[in-house]
Design a protein around this ligand. Structure first.
Ligand code: ATP
Ligand code: MG
Length: 382
């Protein structure tokens, strides 16, 4: 597949020719385009080249930071007239991958593109959070959908929810989405899971996250852990956050989660579920390490016969998250296809939002958009 490079600046036919000669399709963007693309969830370009050679151009474009947050997997190349140390430091902090000096030589360009390709293949960049119910119906999909929605609402970067039920997953219903493709298409085509193909299988939901849905057809092959791993790897390379809604009865799925940052085992206060959570946590601890396995209780009732400490004793680990029981609001959100994380309610909605922020290590309060920064308030500048 032909790769796209976005050339941001006033345009330069010679440089564009050099890029085309390397099989790249050149897109010409203004700085305003760069800011606009930061609002888009879909793939925008495979590489971005910023032309900072103009006399007045000594700083990075204002929209670069937002663009990097939304598209962390897209490498940024700088083209400068001189290697100014202050600009280089700023570029390094902004996550710029390569810096090229004018006049642009074909060999230097090849070397930079080669390093970018090598680091692209080096491994995942996004955080992957997996949700696994200790029993059916405990509230796993509710948690996964709302965490994905909240991460998307916070605009911390692109978010993909993958419904890894190889049959009968219902995340699409929770998000009122009507997907045309599914994980079946992804798992059957792991050899061509690049950014463009993966994105073409996903559907953008009204709530914010993109969704790779569960299939409504039988898979054309037997899925093994290698295929699941390839899908999760690809998702993590192309999205800042990947949320997985897992099926506990599928060993291939449970064995293909190596890139996962946290696996949340969701239990409730029923004896059978607590026992199931204990067995599940033990297996996952052995496979992925205790630090990555997190216990959460859904539909939590402080007055229930089995309390928090009882569960911690049986499972052998601390409960990290409590999601209160509120069947009425949970059901209404499900039936309307509008996740609770979009509401201002406290209670269950608040707990789900907090769970998302804690997992992603994001501040409790959303920063004021368009307001003055702390620096601005200190200096009196806006
Ligand atoms: N914290 C909660 N309090 C009360 N009801 C809840 C809560 N979380 C989810 N529910 C309700 O429980 C039901 C099952 O929820 P959900 O689909 O999230 O569970 P699940 O574990 O994913 O189920 P499955 O095993 O079928 O995939 C839904 O009706 C949902 O609205
Ligand atoms: Mg579910």
């Amino acid at each position: 597949m032909q790769r796209h490079i976005a050339f941001v600046g006033a345009g330069d036919r010679q440089v564009e020719q050099l890029l085309r000669a390397r099989g790249l399709t050149v897109l010409t963007w203004s700085e305003r385009d760069l800011s606009a693309k930061a609002q888009q969830a879909s793939a925008v370009a495979d590489v971005v080249m910023l032309d900072l050679r103009g006399e007045a151009q000594r700083t990075l474009p204002a929209g670069l930071d937002a663009f990097r947050r939304q598209h962390p997997a897209v490498p940024i190349l700088l083209l400068v007239s001189a290697l100014d140390p202050a600009l280089m430091l700023e570029a390094m902090r902004a996550g710029v991958s390569e810096c090229l000096q004018d006049p642009l030589a074909g060999d230097d360009l090849d070397a930079a593109l080669g390093r970018i390709a090598a680091s692209r293949d080096a491994g995942p960049v996004g955080d992957v959070f997996a949700f696994l119910g200790a029993k059916g119906g405990v509230g796993t999909t509710t948690a996964a959908v709302n965490v994905a929605t909240e991460l998307s609402r916070l605009r911390a970067g692109s978010v993909l929810l993958v419904d890894l039920h190889l049959a009968y997953g219902d995340a699409a219903i929770y998000l009122a989405a009507e997907p045309r493709f599914s994980v079946a298409d992804a798992l059957e085509n792991t050899h061509r899971l690049d950014a463009a193909f993966l994105k073409s299988l996903c559907v953008k939901t009204k709530a914010g996250p993109e969704l790779l849905a569960s299939p409504d057809r039988a898979l054309g092959l037997l899925v093994d852990a290698g295929r699941v791993r390839a899908l999760v790897d690809s998702a993590a390379r192309h999205y800042r956050y990947v949320v997985l809604d897992l099926c506990r009865t599928d060993p291939a799925v449970l064995d293909g989660l190596d890139p996962v940052k946290k696996i949340l085992v969701i239990a409730n206060q029923e004896l059978a579920t607590v026992r199931g959570a204990s067995r599940m946590a033990e297996t996952l601890n052995r496979r992925y390490g205790k630090d990555r396995v997190v216990l959460a209780i859904s539909r939590y009732d402080p007055n229930a016969g089995i309390g928090q400490e009882d569960i911690e004793r049986v499972v052998g680990s601390k409960i990290r998250h409590l999601l209160p029981s509120d069947y009425r609001v949970a059901l209404e959100a499900l039936n309307t296809g509008r996740p609770l994380a979009l509401s201002d309610q406290t209670g269950l909605a608040g707990a789900l939002k907090e769970l998302a922020r804690e997992l992603a290590d994001l501040p409790a309060e959303e920063p004021q958009r368009g307001g003055r920064s702390i620096f601005g308030r200190l200096t009196g500048r806006s």
